[in-house]
Each structure stands twice: as C-alpha cells, then as structure tokens.
Design a binder for this molecule. Structure first.
Ligand code: AP5
Length: 195
C-alpha cells in the first residue's frame, strides 16, 4: 500500500510512520528527515534550506518534489511507501500523482491525523525540553515562534489537500489525541479498510 500521513506539526506523523515501518515493512519517505540530513551533511541544498526551515516556512516545491522523485525511482518498497510530510501543497500533490503513475504505483489512502493546536504546542515544546534534558540539540524549529509559522503554513498551504483527497475518495480521518498505541490501532483499521 502507498499512503500519505497528513497533519499539522506534532500530529504524530513521524511517530506513527515508525510503527508502520517496523510492523508492515513499509518505507517511510519523510521530506523533513531528508532535508535535515542534507543540512547535517552540509550539501549546497542543505545550506540553502536551513534558514527557511528554522523559521518554520516551507521550502520550494521544486526541491521536495526532486527529493521524492529520487526515492521513488530508486527505492523498492515491499510493503509500500509512507509519505510523511509530503505533499504539503497542491502542486506537490499533483506532482506525486504524476510520479506514482510514472513508476506504475497508486495511492491507496490518505490518513489525516487530527490534533488541536493547544496539544500540538505542548508536544513540540515538550520535545524540545526533552532533547535539552537529554543533553541533545533540540530541533531549531521546535520553539513557539517557528511553530506559529509552521501551523500557519499548514492551514494555508497544506489543509487544501484535505478537500483534494476527499474529492478523490481517498481521505480518512483519525483522532490523533489518544495514546500512541491507540492512534496506531486506529490507523491500522483505516489501512485495513482501504486495502
Ligand atoms: P517535518 O519534519 O515534516 O516537520 P512537521 O510536519 O512540522 O512535523 P513534526 O516532525 O514536528 O511532527 P510529526 O507530525 O511528525 O509528529 P511526531 O511524530 O514527530 O518538516 C520540517 C520542515 O521541513 C518544514 O517546516 C519545512 O520547512 C520543511 N519541509 C518538510 N517537508 C516539506 C514539504 N513537503 N514541502 C515544503 N517544506 C517541507 O511527534 C511530535 C512529538 O509528539 C514527539 O515528541 C512525539 O513523541 C509526540 N507524540 C506523537 N504522538 C503522540 C501521542 N499520540 N500522544 C502523545 N505524544 C505524542
């Protein structure tokens, strides 16, 4: 199955994708992780996107579509792909449809993780505090100021995708407020009903 996990920052996309990778042999394609890896290895692209990411803004469609294209044309996924944090704009959604056609794949379902803003702030600020307490470096965009911009980008650029996938009869909503296991169980049900 090929699925999209869609939801605002802190909704639990990465957390739930990790479970699906271990339980269903799916391959997680997280554009956020790919961009952070490019920054860590100091590539030209990584350096170019650093400031944009730290502010909480979206990087260009061209860059993220290029990253996904590279993965889809080179990686084999026995259990299918999980698109985590991609697509985030209508242009990215159209490009994903074209790319999947090109490699002979299709999208099976889109899972929207629903979590209210207050909880998102708690989770993101909590993650930053946990990192510091563990002696690690917190994500540069895990602070209230960048989170505000990340949320604005979600509501302005990404939320139109909900209607886009609803119209294609692919959208399923999952309550993201329960425990990690409870949310995982609801996602499993949603995948089983789509598969
Ligand atoms: P990205 O890395 O995709 O970040 P994000 O969408 O802001 O999401 P997060 O990773 O913060 O949240 P998540 O939903 O994965 O939640 P998580 O599981 O981590 O993107 C970062 C930046 O890269 C963007 O701002 C942009 O600049 C750029 N970018 C990336 N993709 C792009 C694209 N396609 N186009 C343009 N730009 C792009 O959980 C968060 C916390 O909550 C964790 O501490 C976790 O333990 C906890 N948690 C999770 N689930 C639960 C639960 N059920 N109960 C309690 N705690 C929970």
């Amino acid at each position: 199955m090929n699925i999209i996990l869609i939801g605002p920052p802190g909704a639990g996309k990465g957390t739930q994708a990790a479970t699906l990778v271990s339980e269903r042999k799916m391959v997680q394609l997280s554009t956020g992780d790919m961009l952070r890896a490019a920054r860590t290895s100091g590539t030209e692209m990584g350096n170019m996107v650093a400031g944009v990411m730290d502010r909480g803004e979206l990087v260009t469609d061209e860059i993220v579509i290029g990253l996904i294209e590279e993965q889809l044309t080179t990686v084999k996924a026995e259990g299918g792909f999980i698109f985590d944090g991609f697509p985030r704009t209508l242009a990215q959604a159209d490009a994903l449809g074209d790319l999947l056609d090109r490699v002979g794949e299709k999208l099976d379902t889109v899972i929207q993780l629903e979590v209210n803003d207050e909880i998102l702030v708690d989770r993101i600020v909590g993650r930053a505090k946990e990192a510091v307490a563990a002696g690690k470096e917190a994500r540069a965009d895990d602070n209230e100021e960048s989170l505000k911009i990340r949320l604005m980008a979600y509501y302005k650029d990404t939320s139109p995708l909900l209607g886009y996938y609803y119209a294609k009869d692919l959208l399923q909503q999952v309550d993201g407020l329960g425990t990690i296991d409870a949310v995982g169980a609801d996602i499993a049900k949603a995948l089983d009903s789509a598969g």
